[in-house]
Ligand binder design. Structure first.
Ligand SMILES: Nc1ncnc2c1ncn2[C@@H]1O[C@H](COP(=O)(O)OP(=O)(O)OP(=O)(O)O)[C@@H](O)[C@H]1O
Length: 255
């Protein structure tokens, strides 16, 4: 059974100007899915629909084997345990006044989760590689990369099956980025990731499956390795050719 199945999903903030056009995709357990596209192609909107923050104008979203009805409070409560978001900016996603222990305890209570909250906090801090005494500190005591780890820990409290991550490292500096990417890669053992990005290298590192969005249409989908080595669509070729290239070793030594 697929974790998510989207069938011909269309959506517009204003229904007269659709942002997503008949998008279909499937997310299978253990197969991280990258969603790649230029700014404005509809990537974040697609994640919003998968989170249940808005409903499609047309088409169907199935999650965990049943149709996602966002008007059902009970269904949405279950969905928030099933799929958790990680947003781009760890500075705005954490309340600056709230100690980390409280920030992690809050979703545990709000989602009515089982298990001892103290033990669960210890589990997620360990999972993201932060010291246990982080609970007594406020977000300003942490660097950007550490804050993003806290945001990931907050998502993991729910023991979700899916993490829906929207440009999770683009607000971070380069060296921190690598550590958060490593963390997301390690987590792939226990949770399946949907990763929205305009960065081909990050998608290639984390996601064996890929969907390319152009103006709200899925123009290419399949195995990431196949798409990167032999893109079928002009738009995908354009995205790949616009990648910044690192100098080859011989060019470096020639200088
Ligand atoms: N809340 C909103 N109300 C109205 N229009 C919106 C809203 N959010 C996004 N849009 C529009 O929907 C389209 C798709 O935006 P979306 O943020 O999904 O794209 P994106 O691919 O995630 O872009 P980016 O990489 O810049 O975040 C854009 O034209 C955008 O202006």
């Amino acid at each position: 059974m697929s974790l998510f199945r989207l069938s011909d999903v269309s959506f517009g903030y204003d229904p007269a100007t659709p942002v997503l056009h008949s998008v279909s995709l499937a997310l299978e357990e253990g197969e991280n899915l990258g969603i790649l596209g230029e700014s404005g192609s509809g990537k974040s909107t697609l994640l919003r629909l998968m989170l249940g923050l808005a409903a499609p104008d047309d088409g169907v979203i199935e999650a965990d084997g049943s149709v996602l009805d966002i008007t059902s409070r009970r269904r949405m409560q279950a969905h928030r345990r099933f799929a958790q978001p990680v947003f781009q900016d760890p500075y705005s996603s954490l309340d600056p006044r709230m100690r980390i222990g409280k920030a992690l305890a809050e979703p545990h209570a709000a989602l009515g989760l089982d298990g001892d909250v103290g033990q669960e906090i210890a589990r997620v801090l360990q999972a993201v590689g932060l010291p246990q005494d982080s609970t007594a500190r406020r977000p300003r005591a942490f660097s950007g990369g550490q804050r993003q780890r806290i945001a990931v820990a907050r998502a993991l409290i729910a023991r979700p099956r899916v993490l829906l991550a929207d440009e999770p490292v683009s607000a971070l500096d380069l060296s921190t980025r690598v550590r958060v990417i490593d963390l997301l890669s390690d987590l792939s053992q226990e949770v399946t990731l949907v990763l929205v990005s305009h960065d081909v290298a990050i998608v290639a590192a984390l996601c064996p499956r890929l969907v390319v969005l152009q103006h709200g249409r899925a123009v290419e989908a399949g195995a990431t390795a196949d798409i990167l080595s032999d893109p079928q669509h002009d738009y995908t070729r354009m995205l790949l050719s616009s990648l910044p290239r690192l100098p080859r070793p011989e060019q470096e030594t020639a200088r």
